[in-house]
Design a protein around this ligand. Sequence first.
Ligand code: FES
Length: 168
Amino acid sequence: MSEKTRTSECTRRQFFVRLGLVLSSVAGALVAIPIIGSILEPIFRKPPPEWRPVGLAEGFTQGETVLVKFIDSSPLPWAGVTAETAAWLRRAGQSDFIAFSVNCAHLGCPVRWIAGAKLFMCPCHGGVYYEDGSVAAGPPPRGLYQYPVRINNGQVEILTSPIPVTTA
Ligand code: FES
């Protein structure tokens, strides 16, 4: 075999190796992109708000503020029990309900309703909110987020949406 033929074979071999690498990369990308997209899509997708039932209206006492639980508006397929969230629901009148986010407006810790003091208290950094959800003391930059509420066929429903936990 002459030197020229050997050089030509090497070049042909190198060409096919490179072509193989390029085709493998393209095939790998064609398989990987949809898989990665399906994994990341639930994280970046902005879910539409949904009405979630939290109980019959007649089951709530006027003037009381109680904790109600419902499924988050954007549960990830693998969220399990962490998809469950909560709100403080108050029956302010016969057909008037107010739902406060359970998450503090500072850094998102769950606030507690202290009925005797008529205050929401945050255990993390001492944030305090009046009964209307406005800030009474501490670091929260704004009041508690309020969910829209409606009564539908006797059921109290909360319009879920991703909560703007912090504004800072
Ligand atoms: S998270 Fe509530 S005061 Fe900081």
